[in-house]
Structure formats: structure tokens, C-alpha cells
Design a protein around this ligand. Structure first.
Ligand code: FES
Length: 146
């Protein structure tokens, strides 16, 4: 194989690998809406909602979404570390579009703003951080105070 052929082959392999990685990542970040209950303005979500699969093949979810009738947008609960969670209102602070969750961040489909899993702006045009909710936990549950 000559030099030009080698570079061309490497280029195709690189583009193919990147495309495959993007497809796999989008499959892994499929949104999951957790079961929840609302009592006294407090949402309760079981910690087990962050576990996907059976005992032999468990996958930890990085986040789960919660939708309740009282709010126009979902809440995204990120698992920051063991026993530490953040609860973010999924309304973009730029012009109010609903955010998309992916991996450890939220991204706005309207103009591209990005927020960390703690609701902090990473990319403009949004300038304000996301609305967050106080979370507490016990052995079994996560509690989100509205
Ligand atoms: S509404 Fe989200 S970036 Fe504009």
C-alpha cells in the first residue's frame, strides 16, 4: 500500500470509529423516566431507579428523569457520587426550551447551551445556572423538595 492509500484507509477508519462511538453513546443515553410519588410538595424516587438490569448484569444509570403534572418540565436527577444527587429543572435559562440529558450534562436543542450535572452553565448563550432543588436521601430513597 502506498502512502496515499494508507492515509486514506486511516481516515476512513477514524471517521467510522467516531460514528460508531456516537451511535453507541446515543443508545446508552436513552432517557429513563423514574417512578415517583409526590407528597407534601416532596417527590420521592427510589435509589434502585438508578440500577438497570438484573442482578447478574447491572448497569448504573448516571441520571433519571422525573415528570410530574405540577411542573411543565421534567426534573433530571443526576447521581454525583454514592449518596449524593442533584435535581435540576430541565428548562433552559436562555429562552425556556426543554433540555436534553446526555452523559454528565444537559444540552439545549434550541441554541446549544450546555449545563453540568450540577446545573452550572458551561456554554452560552445561556448565562444563568439552572434551577435546582434541594435533595436529601436515606438508605432507600431520594427526596426532592419542590
Ligand atoms: S433556549 Fe436554550 S440556548 Fe436558547
Amino acid at each position: 500500500m502506498d502512502r496515499r492509500g494508507f492515509i486514506k484507509t486511516c481516515g476512513f477508519a477514524c471517521v467510522g470509529g467516531t460514528a460508531l462511538a456516537m451511535v453507541l453513546q446515543s443508545c446508552a443515553s436513552t432517557n429513563y423516566f423514574a417512578q415517583n410519588t409526590l407528597t407534601n410538595n416532596r417527590i420521592t424516587v427510589k435509589k434502585s431507579e438508578f440500577i438497570n438490569g438484573d442482578k447478574e448484569k447491572q448497569i448504573q444509570r448516571k441520571y433519571v428523569l422525573v415528570k410530574i403534572d405540577q411542573l411543565n418540565f421534567p426534573i433530571c436527577i443526576f447521581k454525583i457520587s454514592e449518596g449524593v444527587y442533584s435535581a435540576l429543572f430541565m428548562q433552559c435559562t436562555h429562552r425556556g426550551c426543554e433540555l436534553h440529558a446526555g452523559g454528565d450534562y444537559l444540552v439545549c436543542p434550541c441554541h446549544g447551551s450546555e449545563f453540568t450535572n450540577k446545573g452550572i452553565v458551561q456554554n452560552a448563550p445561556a448565562e444563568e445556572n439552572l434551577k435546582t432543588f434541594i435533595t436529601t436521601t436515606d438508605d432507600e430513597n431520594i427526596y426532592i423538595q419542590l
